[in-house]
Ligand binder design. Structure first.
Ligand code: GLN
Length: 424
C-alpha cells in the first residue's frame, strides 16, 4: 500500500506551484542563475524516515540556513558564556543584513542576522583555531547534522565574496568594536564559505530533524550537539529566524524556522519532525514566497503550531482500581504516554485526593514512554509519602526503563509484572 503522506506533499506542491510572485536573489550573481520554478519539500521524522516531493535532488547553497547550525556548533565548542558575551538573543525587527549592533556593548543583537552570524562564525572550533581548521570543523559539523558529507560550491563562494561589500562593512564594524579580534576579511571569507555549502532539500530536512531529535542525527545516531544547545538554538530560531518577518511567522506557522536567500526554508518541531522546502523566489524579507505559503498550509493541516495545546496530561492515567491479587486486595494505577509536569501533577493529585483503599499499591509505568524530570521527582516524592503512610508500594516496569531511577533509598518494590508481587 502507498502511504498517503507523499501524495499529500505532492498535492500541496501543486496548489502553490503557479504562484510566481517574488524574485530570485540577485545581489550574489551566482544565485541569480537559479531556476526560479524549482519546488521541493522533504519531511524527516525523528527516527530518520523521510518523505519527499518535487525537486528534492536539486542542490543549492545553504546560505543563512547555516546560521542556526553554526550557532549550535559554536555553543558546543565554546560554551554558552563565551558565545552569549559576544552575541545577544534579542530579535531586531531589522533586515538580515542590517548594519546594527547594540549601542553600549557593541554586540550583534542575535546570531541570525549577518552581524551575529559573522561573529558566531569566528567562535567555531577551539579558541585560536585558524581559518582552515575552523572551516574544517564547520564542514564536519554541518555534515554531521545532515548525515552525509557536504561540500562547498566554489563558484557561489567566489561570486559572493567578490560582492560582499556589505558583509565587509559589518565585519569591519565588529573588528572596530573588538567583538571580533581577527582581520575582517578572514571572517568574511570564512562566513561566505559557510554560506556556500551545497545541500538539497532532503539534507535540510534531516538537519532540521536532528534539531527536532535533541541534537542526535536520526540516520547516524551521532549526537552532534547536546539537548541544551538545541533548546537554545530553536529558541533563537523562533524569535529571530525569519528576520523582520519573525512575528508574522511565529503567529501564523508557529514552528522554529530559518530561511536562506537561495530559497531554502527549514522548520523543526521538537520531538516530531524536521521539514524543508525549496523555492528560489523571495519576498521582501528575503524569505521564500512559496516556501512560506507551503509552511502556512502544513502548519494548519498537519497541526504543527507549537502553541497549540495537546491534551496528553489528561490521559496519563489509563486506569485505577483494586484487584484481587492472590486473595488479597491490590490497588493498581496504570499510567501511559508522555508524562511531563502537568501529567505528573495529575497522577499526584489522584493519589492524594483518592487515597488508595488498601495497603498494597502498584503503579504500572510499563506504558509510559517518557517521564520528564519534574514528573519523575513528583512521582518519587508521592510514592515516598505513600510508603511513609504505611503502604507497601510497587513500581511495575515491564522493560525496566524507569525502575532503576526509583531504586536507592526509596522503599519501593521494583517488579516487571504484577505476577512478581508476592501476596504478602
Ligand atoms: N550569504 C548571504 C549573506 O550574507 C546569506 C544571507 C541569507 O541567506 N539571508 O548575504
Amino acid at each position: 500500500m502507498r502511504s498517503p503522506i507523499p501524495d499529500y506533499l505532492a498535492s500541496t506542491l501543486s496548489d502553490v506551484r503557479d504562484d510566481d510572485s517574488g524574485a530570485v536573489a540577485d545581489y550574489i550573481p551566482e544565485l541569480a542563475k537559479a531556476d526560479p520554478d524549482r519546488l521541493a519539500v522533504a519531511v524527516a521524522m525523528t527516527d530518520g524516515y523521510l518523505y519527499e516531493a518535487g525537486d528534492t535532488d536539486v542542490e543549492f547553497s545553504i546560505q543563512s540556513i547555516s546560521k542556526p547550525f553554526v550557532y549550535a556548533l559554536a555553543l558546543a565548542d565554546r560554551g554558552f558564556d563565551d558565545v552569549l558575551d559576544r552575541v545577544g538573543v534579542e530579535p531586531t525587527g531589522d533586515a538580515f543584513n542590517e548594519i546594527s549592533l547594540e549601542p553600549v556593548t557593541g554586540r550583534p543583537r542575535n546570531p541570525m542576522i549577518n552581524a551575529g552570524a559573522l561573529t558566531v562564525h569566528t567562535l567555531v572550533g577551539a579558541p585560536g583555531a585558524g581559518p582552515g581548521t575552523r572551516t574544517a570543523r564547520l564542514l564536519d559539523g554541518l555534515s554531521a547534522f545532515a548525515g552525509r558529507r557536504l561540500h562547498v560550491d566554489e563558484a557561489v563562494f567566489e561570486s559572493e565574496l567578490a560582492h560582499s561589500f556589505r558583509n565587509r562593512a559589518l565585519a569591519n564594524m565588529l573588528r572596530a568594536n573588538d567583538v571580533v579580534a581577527e582581520d575582517p576579511l578572514i571572517t568574511v571569507a570564512g562566513y561566505t564559505r559557510q554560506c556556500a555549502v551545497l545541500v538539497n532539500t532532503r539534507d535540510l530536512a534531516m538537519m532540521a530533524a536532528t534539531l527536532a531529535n535533541k541534537g542526535v542525527n536520526p540516520l547516524t545516531g551521532e549526537e552532534v550537539v547536546s539537548a541544551r544547545v538545541v533548546r537554545q538554538t530553536l529558541s533563537v530560531m523562533s524569535t529571530c529566524g525569519m528576520y523582520d518577518g519573525a512575528g508574522d511567522w511565529m503567529t501564523r506557522v508557529g514552528v522554529p524556522a530559518k530561511s536562506g536567500v537561495s530559497g531554502g526554508l527549514i522548520a523543526a518541531l521538537p520531538g516530531q519532525l524536521g521539514i524543508a522546502t525549496f523555492s528560489p523566489r523571495l519576498d521582501a524579507h528575503g524569505n521564500s514566497v512559496r516556501g512560506t505559503e507551503l509552511f502556512q498550509r502544513f502548519a494548519e493541516e498537519m497541526n504543527l503550531h507549537i502553541m497549540e495545546a495537546n491534551s496528553a496530561p489528561l490521559s496519563v492515567i489509563r486506569s485505577t482500581g483494586v484487584i484481587d491479587h492472590g486473595g488479597r486486595p491490590l490497588y493498581v494505577m496504570t499510567l501511559q504516554g508522555s508524562i511531563r509536569f502537568a501529567g505528573g501533577e495529575r497522577v499526584t493529585r489522584e493519589i492524594v485526593l483518592r487515597t488508595p483503599p488498601c495497603r498494597r499499591v502498584a503503579v504500572d509505568v510499563s506504558r509510559v514512554y517518557t517521564l520528564g524530570e519534574a514528573a519523575h521527582l513528583m512521582l518519587r516524592q508521592t510514592l515516598e509519602r505513600l510508603c511513609a503512610d504505611g503502604h507497601r508500594v510497587y513500581l511495575v516496569d515491564a522493560d525496566a526503563r524507569f525502575g532503576p531511577d526509583f531504586a536507592g533509598d526509596l522503599d519501593v518494590g521494583l517488579v516487571t509484572s504484577l505476577d512478581e508481587i508476592r501476596p504478602v
